[in-house]
Design a protein around this ligand. Structure first.
Ligand SMILES: Nc1ncnc2c1ncn2[C@@H]1O[C@H](COP(=O)(O)O)[C@@H](O)[C@H]1OP(=O)(O)O
Ligand SMILES: [Mg+2]
Ligand SMILES: [Mg+2]
Ligand SMILES: [Mg+2]
Length: 347
């Protein structure tokens, strides 16, 4: 089965959302930051991106569809949120008008409804879209890396994924670093099951096929991890890297942009070990996972098991998530096992 139509719709939706996010990031005001009950910063761009993607998928696919997405309109329907809803609606309408494909103006209620169409629970039956409208909100607020991550599940498996990374340099991070002022930024990664992974500039010029790093010697490998120490245990990942023999210091960047960078070989390893009690969500890994696997990489939990996207919103992973190429995976799994044993509290 091919998913060409769905992939084209996903690329269009994510590219439009990326432009919306770029506009907001440029004009980021302190008043755009709200606090959700879980204290994650959420901005008008998170909501705007989700509304826009939901609307574009509906227009392009013209069929009932199920969407599992991070945000919902609960906080936006509270007293005092009217102003922010109007700002989001303006942003969405501005993006639609600038693009010109759809001759519509959405009302605030249309926007709230579009956000809430992301309330599906997912699962192992049928097709479900999976969306993180801004992954790496903290990076977004800092002006660093973030991603718009959209994937499609069919029968519980990821069959396509699109990752828009508006601040990622078009050339390797190894050459450019994250903040080179002369560097062009804005990458769109996309993958369809069995079709490989491609990257193109977000401005729409032509796509190139990408491959993960072929490095076999861990001493030559570099690794990615979260910028935020609150999201991944930097002491544990440093022990793993040391046991593996990695020489280079960690490259710390926000969001699933790490999966994108890894898929084109910027680094060879991604280690993610959240603190105890954190449950991973499918929208934080679905698109990144297929982007890396279709580029020849492997994504597993710390026990070497593939990620199971069929269980609803959450991913029940053993301890953490590790990503690398096929050659390095057995060595990495050993280093992870040894490090976890060493770090385990003795009873
Ligand atoms: N306490 C936490 N531990 C791990 N990940 C978290 C935590 N809180 C939020 N996240 C999510 O982890 C991802 C960020 O990871 P990274 O450190 O790789 O950038 C984001 O998806 C972020 O959600 P969000 O989408 O709201 O930004
Ligand atoms: Mg969030
Ligand atoms: Mg996220
Ligand atoms: Mg998010």
């Amino acid at each position: 089965m091919s998913y060409h139509k769905e992939l084209a719709a996903a690329k269009k939706a994510a590219s439009l959302a990326a432009r919306l996010c770029q506009n907001v990031q440029k004009a980021l005001l302190q008043s755009d930051v709200q606090s959700k009950t879980d204290k994650t910063p959420v901005t008008v761009a998170d909501y705007g991106s989700q509304a826009l993607i939901s609307f574009v998928l509906q227009q392009e696919l013209r069929a009932e569809f199920s969407l599992v997405a991070e945000e919902d309109s609960k906080d936006l329907r509270k007293d005092g949120a009217q102003e922010i809803v109007e700002r989001i609606t303006k942003l969405v309408n501005y993006s639609l008008t600038t693009d010109g494909s759809y001759n519509v103006t959405l009302s605030t209620e249309d926007v709230l409804k579009a956000i809430d169409s992301g309330r599906s629970e997912g699962g192992s039956q049928g097709q479900h879209w999976v969306l993180d409208p801004i992954d790496g909100t903290k990076g977004f607020l800092r002006g660093d890396q973030y991603a718009i991550a959209l994937a499609l599940l069919d029968g519980g498996k990821v069959v396509l994924g699109v990752l828009a990374c508006p601040n990622l340099p078009l050339t390797s991070l190894e050459d450019a670093g994250q903040h080179s002022p002369n560097n062009e930024v804005g990458c769109l990664f996309f993958a369809e099951v069995g079709g490989g992974t491609y990257m193109q500039p977000l401005d729409g010029s032509s796509a190139v096929k990408v491959q993960v790093s072929a490095v076999e010697n861990p001493e030559e490998a570099s690794f990615f991890e979260s910028y935020e120490a609150a999201h991944s245990m930097h002491d544990l990942t440093s022990l793993i890297a040391q046991k593996l023999g990695v020489k280079a210091p960690p490259v710390r960047i926000d969001s699933q942009a790490k999966y994108g960078a890894l898929s084109r070989g910027d680094g060879a390893i991604y280690l993610r070990f959240p603190h105890k009690g954190y449950r991973e969500k499918i929208w934080d890994h679905a698109a990144g996972c297929i982007v890396v696997t279709e580029a020849g990489g492997v994504v597993t939990d710390a026990a070497g098991q593939p990620l199971d996207f069929s269980k609803g919103k959450h991913l029940d992973v053993d301890t953490g998530i590790i990503v690398t190429n096929q050659k390095l995976m057995p060595l990495l799994l050993n280093a992870v096992k040894e490090s976890l044993k060493e770090k385990a509290p003795s009873s």
